[in-house]
Design a protein around this ligand. Sequence first.
Ligand SMILES: [Zn+2]
Length: 340
Amino acid sequence: MTDADVFTYNGGRVDPGERQNIRFVVSETYLGDPVRIPVTIINGERPGPTAFLSAAAHGDELNGIEVVREVAHEWDLSDLAGTLICLPVLNVPGFLAQQRYLPVYDRDLNRSFPGSADSTSAKRMAARIYTNFIDPCDFGLDFHTSTRGRTNMIHARADMGDPDAARLARAYGTNVIIDSEGSSGMLRTEAVTDGIAAITVEMGEAHRFQRALIDEALSGVRSTFAEYGMLEAEQVRWPGWRTVITDEREKTWLRADGGGMVDMHFERGSLVHEGDTVCTITNPFKNDNVAIEAPFTGLLVGVLENPVVYPGNPLCHLVELDERTRRVVELDQSPSGTIG
Ligand SMILES: [Zn+2]
């Protein structure tokens, strides 16, 4: 067995068996003060892969922050093989303002990777993060939530056409994997382009710590560490059922055709059957209610939380399941555990 490697970044080094909590400068404020992101680097005594866990690339998406902090500071990592880079808050300016985008010209940090040292402020920040902490990695998990006002069940988004990203997504072990290459500038998309297996984990709503989802997400982290041999005591999990959503036909955002207030009849993660009334759009007088029906039988991956809509606003994200998976989900969701 070879010896574990020293981990180096711009301004420092972390030796095998060492851990560091650092505040890493990524930009400067209007007052010339440093903008610093918290980073914890844990270099195991045993050799192994280098992995990142990142959250809050969108500054108001908080669930992942707690996932990353618990792994870094509450897990026993004394037996870790490899190096773990924990980045709980990527978008510090957005986090301080509790908003999705960087407050500087409302740039999306998660469309700015891998960044550039002599470009816009967003791309300079992205480059500082990417060069030092993403580029050295073999794989990584980037945690997000639904956009403000909506919520979604925990699921992975991954480019399943990339064998390494597909391996990571399967190892993470969610019921639902949405197959997409992602957009240019996304952390996971740019990482995969550079040969680093990376997926996005979507969970819950913005502005919250949601304990059940955080626990579920932590199980996924344990499972991936088992897959890559970083923690020998752990096992890769099988979620009971799994569906990989590949084709456009199988997923749709149901949208409001009129403005109003929405009465949602199902929770995220529910199976709805074709023709079920998923929600009702009401006016101030509660007459002329508009029932929104499921166009096909499927799973509600995401639903609206803030109940007000303009025409065209999304109501819910519905994905079709293959027949076999649908039967397993039906069994899973029936109160008695059997199909009645
Ligand atoms: Zn996000």
